[in-house]
Design a protein around this ligand. Structure first.
Ligand code: BG6
Length: 303
């Protein structure tokens, strides 16, 4: 494994990007630039935090009980779900939301954008274990650009000679004042699979507000979503391309307690997931020799 010191030599950027080894042995990239701070765990290419300088509180939520551990997903941040979303279609023993979020990735590039934002690109490391679950010739890269805006680009390349199908998500947890005080707009009129109490197809009317567990897969939508937070007096805009599904999820108290890592004293109330996804009827066929990218941009504005 490449050490933090080697990564600092090869990819570190003075006063912007550095790497360190966490107590778990996992390597974390820390970004501090004139526009924002962020951190990303190389395992899973998992962005853990992002806070633009204009914001008094983080925009990306990380559970207070989040633990870094080899082979385990981190609660919060922006998990990369790939090459399937949710449960595997046929193999119950394969991990939910795919394996990308729990395997090592390696850094392949870093740089500074003309506007001063910091860019970091990682590539998933294949192994016998990943090939046993996904026997397709492919390359998966994630480029994260940290500035006043957060941009994430997940690119799947089919390097083989036969087409394959993927499900995927940037499963981002966003920091809010309180789940009872926010609305998500942008999905009015959209159809969604309501995963609470069986999968039923419904149609969204108006903005989404929350009073109980919510787990919905909106389909056939390219819409920008906005989280309107009256208490924090801010809006978080989520703009995407290469994604036709949007998942809106809050576990509510019972599920959150069962999960055990959502943060003491109602930590779950301070997050909502608005995920940019390709799932169910929106899974993507990547033809042999082609590539597909899912791109999401986040920015926060004060009202
Ligand atoms: C959401 C799913 O995307 O992720 C939910 O729609 C799921 O059903 C949630 O509970 C969290 O998943 P996990 O595997 O990170 O606990």
């Amino acid at each position: 494994m490449t050490t933090a010191q080697q990564l600092n030599t090869q990819f570190g950027i003075k006063d912007q990007l550095s790497f360190r080894e966490d107590a778990s042995g996992l390597i974390v990239a820390d970004i501090h630039n004139a526009q924002a701070t962020a951190s990303l765990c190389l395992q899973g290419a998992h962005l853990m935090t992002w806070q633009p300088k204009s914001q008094a509180v983080p925009v990306v939520w990380l559970s207070r009980d989040a633990k870094l551990a080899q082979g385990k997903s981190i609660r919060g941040g922006a998990p990369v779900c790939w090459p399937w979303f949710g449960a595997h279609a046929t193999e119950a023993s394969f991990p939910g939301h795919g394996y990308a979020r729990t395997v090592p990735w390696r850094v392949i590039a870093s740089g500074t954008e003309p506007n001063g934002a910091t860019r970091l690109t990682l590539r998933l490391e294949e192994s016998d274990k990943t090939r046993a679950q996904w026997p397709h010739a492919s390359q998966l890269d994630l480029t994260v650009t940290i500035g006043e805006m957060l941009r994430m680009e997940l690119t799947t390349e089919n390097t083989g000679t036969t087409d394959f199908v993927i499900g995927e998500a940037l499963h981002t947890y966003l920091h809010i004042s309180d789940i009872g005080a926010v609305r998500v707009t942008g999905l009015d009129g959209c159809e969604y699979w309501d995963k609470v109490g069986g999968s039923v197809l419904k149609e969204q009317a108006g903005a989404i507000s929350f009073a109980s567990e919510t787990d919905r897969v909106y389909i056939n939508t390219t819409a920008t979503c906005v989280i309107e937070d009256d208490k924090l007096k801010r809006r978080i805009h989520i703009t995407k391309s290469g994604s036709l599904s949007t998942v809106v999820w809050t576990p509510w108290i019972e599920k959150a307690n069962k999960m055990g890592d959502m943060g003491q004293s109602d930590g779950w109330r301070e997050m909502v997931c608005v995920e940019s996804v390709n799932a169910i009827e929106n899974v993507v066929t990547v033809a042999a020799g082609t590539a597909h990218s899912l791109v999401v941009e986040y920015h926060a504005e004060l009202m």
